[in-house]
Design a protein around this ligand. Structure first.
Ligand code: ASN
Length: 482
């Protein structure tokens, strides 16, 4: 598994260096479809207590795949990123409680509608705000990229509220429930389900949803017509043979806890740890894998950049400076989105999330490493190089025998620092749906609403890994300084 993941990194690095011929060979077609989804959108898309994706959407999709003999890889992430993945060709289709709108029809092809929706406006339970005009000057929480948020925005001028964006529905709900935002806009079936399951919010327009419409399954325009045809055919069959109704009833006629586990499991820290042990463990492994690969590859890349930065060639120095300047200047998340969501649309090759995340870390951390490696070499006394050369050592030998060993010693504390930063930076990659520790935490909180306990557990897990990493680095440092 690891090999398969690392190989595309090398290919992607080659792509970045302009060796496009390399990239073409890696362009093997996926044997199955890639379908993106919203990571937390109950009752349509959410995780059960065994971390399996379930919900009305997921059950329909499973049935479509089964009846049409295809397999698929599911990519759960924020809705906004999930939709962009399809628009950019990173995913073949999206099922995410996604409303059919005219704007979306310009970018996507869409299936027949499969579920009725409309936009609700929502406040905290018992809030005295009863009309939209009372929102003047107050803050409204919206979820990036959604139809409900566009609807909210269309009312903003008229009612004079401020807006604040979230990436997922649960965090947005919490912001209103905690009283930070005065209201929010979200789809009627989604908020109704959450309230039924105990969320302390209130719908202000229960009988009068905005932009009434329906959900559909989307693919990129002009691509995968077969997938749409399969979906429509199966949807019709399922409506006729009762499967569709069974799926809907399964979720709407029972409590969310039936799927996500008892409150007992979720109430105590021990219960949370026990009932989510596999998820925590897998998240931890993913974080460690990302960190280890990133540390090794970014260090190698950084040492190369730093060495280029002190070389005799003006061209290599310029190149090193430019690369360091560019990748140090880019925020990590922008780089991750660029590689994962932007690049595939241009090069026509899907990049797995892990590969994209690792490449992001290598480029970003490598640039920082390059900068301190260059500085470390420069810090070695100039006289050392002159002395080595006057003793007859050629430049290369003088570098490898005299300058590099001394420079490396100077750099050791910076390396240790960079390793720890790399570990912490892996959490940003949760934005592209990598199921590392932070994303694991987000999904568990979405299920049990125990933010304090879950984030405390996740925080402690990071601290343990950071402590181990620091010990290891200190040990290495001592050995190097002997
Ligand atoms: N209901 C949203 C939309 O149609 C999608 C979502 O939030 N999962 O834009």
């Amino acid at each position: 598994m690891v090999n398969q993941r690392v190989k595309p990194i090398l290919v992607a690095l080659a792509l970045f260096l302009g060796l496009f011929a390399f990239g073409q060979r890696a362009n093997a077609a996926e044997p199955n479809y890639v379908i993106s989804t919203d990571a937390t959108y109950a009752p349509f898309d959410f995780q059960d207590k065994n971390n399996e994706y379930i919900g009305i959407d997921q059950d329909i999709l499973k049935e479509v795949a089964k009846r049409n003999h295809f397999t698929y890889t599911l990519k759960p992430m924020s809705f906004n990123a999930a939709a962009q993945m399809v628009a950019n060709g990173q995913a073949d289709g999206i099922i995410a409680g996604m409303a059919i709108t005219d704007e979306r029809k310009q970018v996507y092809d869409v299936s027949d509608p499969y579920y009725k929706t409309g936009v609700a406006w929502i406040t905290k339970k018992g809030s005295k705000i009863n009309s939209l005009s009372e929102l003047k000057g107050k803050t409204v929480a919206l979820k990036s990229g959604t139809a409900a948020s566009n609807y909210g925005l269309s009312l903003q001028k008229k009612y004079g509220f401020k807006v604040k964006y979230f990436n997922d529905t649960d965090t947005m709900y919490n912001d209103v429930a905690n009283g930070n935002s005065a209201a929010t806009f979200e789809d009627m079936p989604v908020i109704q389900y959450a309230i039924k399951n105990g969320l302390k919010l209130e719908i202000k327009n229960p009988n009068n949803p905005g932009n009434a419409g329906a959900y559909g399954f989307f693919v990129k325009k002009g691509q995968n017509p077969q997938l749409i045809a399969d979906f429509n055919k199966t949807l019709k069959e399922m409506k006729a043979d009762g499967t569709y109704q069974k799926i809907v009833d399964k979720y709407l006629k029972s409590d969310q806890k039936t799927f996500t586990g008892s409150t007992e499991d979720n109430k105590t820290t021990w219960g949370i740890l026990k009932s989510n042990k596999t998820a925590f463990f897998n998240g931890l492994v993913e974080t460690i894998e990302l960190t280890v690969f990133a540390i090794i590859l970014a260090s190698l890349w950084g040492i190369l950049l730093g060495t280029m930065g002190v070389s005799q060639s003006k061209f290599l120095r310029g190149l090193s400076n430019t690369i360091i300047y560019a990748f140090r200047g880019l925020p990590l998340m922008v780089l991750a989105f660029f590689i994962y969501i932007g690049l595939p649309g241009v090069i026509g090759t899907k990049i797995p999330a892990f590969t994209a995340g690792l490449l992001t870390l290598i480029l970003n951390e490598g640039a920082y490493t390059g900068a301190f490696v260059r500085g470390g070499f420069e810090a070695v006394d100039r006289g050392q190089m002159e002395a080595a050369q006057s003793l007859g050592l050629p430049y290369g030998k003088a570098m490898s025998k005299v300058i590099i060993p001394q420079g490396l010693k100077i750099m050791v504390p910076s390396f240790v620092n960079q390793f720890i930063i790399t570990l912490k930076d892996t959490s940003i990659l949760s934005a592209i749906g990598i199921l590392e520790l932070t994303q694991t935490g987000t999904l568990i909180v979405a299920r049990n609403s125990q933010g304090f306990r879950v984030w405390a557990i996740i925080g402690i897990m990071y601290m343990i890994v950071i402590t181990l990493l620091t010990w290891l680095s200190n040990w290495l440092e001592k050995r190097l300084n002997k």
